[in-house]
Design a binder for this molecule. Structure first.
Ligand SMILES: Nc1ncnc2c1ncn2[C@@H]1O[C@H](COP(=O)(O)OP(=O)(O)O)[C@@H](O)[C@H]1O
Ligand SMILES: [Mg+2]
Length: 330
């Protein structure tokens, strides 16, 4: 249901200037995050996941720009907004959590000052005592033990998992409607990862926040996401509800990703691991970028980029030869 999308990317094209000219790092992305739900964005390293997120936030690296398309957030096109206007969205309506929590924390300031500052910035709270009270409350919400006593500690005095909790506390201090979490657990120990994802889910349930979760971890997607979007070489090749997509992937790349993960792979005709390498940005020839690695490729795949098409309830796939017989079984 398009009406319930909090974020919808339409044909988003992002380019980064290089010596060889502009390189398309995001190449016509269509993607939807539903209100109050979690969309998992997966795909190999370098496929453009982070630059998609940074495009939404207006935080592209130098030389980067949105060359085409729309970034519809609550119906407004963020691609047309000035940096000044975008800065009012960041933190307040769209929270961010990054892979390395140290990038969102200042090593020279106490945690209390940094979390408290969020309440000054987003809620204009002038009383230091009130900021302190709110900082403790939000730190308790992200389950930092002895929050009140730890307000005067510095980032390096916390473990990686605790630092990520603090980053999450800061990202929810502005009461965002959407959280963009780019590999929030990749830098953490395996045992801590699950706790952080559980925390995000609890926050979502308590606050109704939508989450765009970028991750390598298909198990995490299966467990914590409602929908999944699969990115390949700057494009979304498949999107839909996690259960349906994982049970019966329609795109050969999705099938390959799933088959490479034990326990999620439930396909009777399991595919082997995906041979070959993805193209580098700007290197892809005409046609489907997955064509050189695809076992099902036909002649037209080399010539024409497949447009997304509907393949069942809430599902879309960009492939000329998707696994469609699967739909009949659902
Ligand atoms: N600052 C940059 N300048 C030039 N190219 C970049 C920059 N950042 C990323 N890229 C290129 O854009 C592509 C997509 O990057 P990214 O969005 O970070 O991928 P992902 O997050 O999926 O691993 C990569 O091939 C990467 O090399
Ligand atoms: Mg990335």
């Amino acid at each position: 249901m398009a009406g319930s999308d909090i974020l919808r990317l339409e044909n988003l094209v992002t380019e980064i200037a290089s010596d060889q000219g502009a390189v398309r790092v995001v190449d016509g992305v269509n993607l939807s995050v539903r209100q109050g739900r979690t969309l998992g964005l997966v795909g190999e390293s370098g496929s453009g996941k982070s630059l998609t997120c940074l495009s939404v936030l207006g935080l592209l690296p130098p030389g980067g720009r949105i060359a085409a398309g729309r970034v519809l957030f609550q119906g407004e096109d963020l691609a047309r907004k000035t940096q000044k206007a975008l800065s009012r969205y960041r933190g307040a309506r769209i929270g961010t959590i990054l892979q390395d929590p140290m990038t969102s924390l200042n090593p020279l300031l106490t945690i209390g000052d940094q979390v408290g500052e969020m309440f000054r910035y987003h809620h204009n709270i002038r009383s230091a005592a009130e900021r302190r009270r709110r900082a403790i409350a939000v730190m308790e919400q992200v389950r930092i033990p002895a929050a009140a006593e730890r307000l005067n500690a510095y980032p390096h005095q916390f473990s990686g998992g605790m630092r990520q909790r603090i980053a999450i506390a800061m990202s929810i201090a502005g009461d965002p409607d959407l959280i963009i979490a780019d590999e929030p657990t990749t830098a953490l120990d395996v045992t801590i990862r699950l706790q952080i994802l559980q925390l995000l889910r609890d926050i979502q349930r308590a606050r109704g926040t939508a989450i765009l979760l970028v991750t390598h971890d298909l198990h995490a997607v299966a467990r914590f996401c409602d929908d999944v979007a699969v990115m390949y070489a700057g494009r979304i090749v498949e999107q839909g509800p996690v259960g349906a997509v994982f049970a019966r992937p329609a795109h050969p790349y999705t099938a390959g990703l799933i088959a490479a993960v034990p326990r999620i792979a439930a396909l009777p005709d399991r595919l082997p691991t995906i041979p070959g390498q993805p193209p580098r940005p700007g290197e892809a020839a005409e046609g489907c970028a997955f064509f050189p690695r695809c076992a099902r490729a036909a002649a037209e795949c080399a010539a024409v980029v497949p447009e997304p098409r509907a393949v069942g309830a809430g599902r879309a796939v960009s492939c000329f030869a998707p696994h469609l017989q699967a739909e009949a079984a659902e």
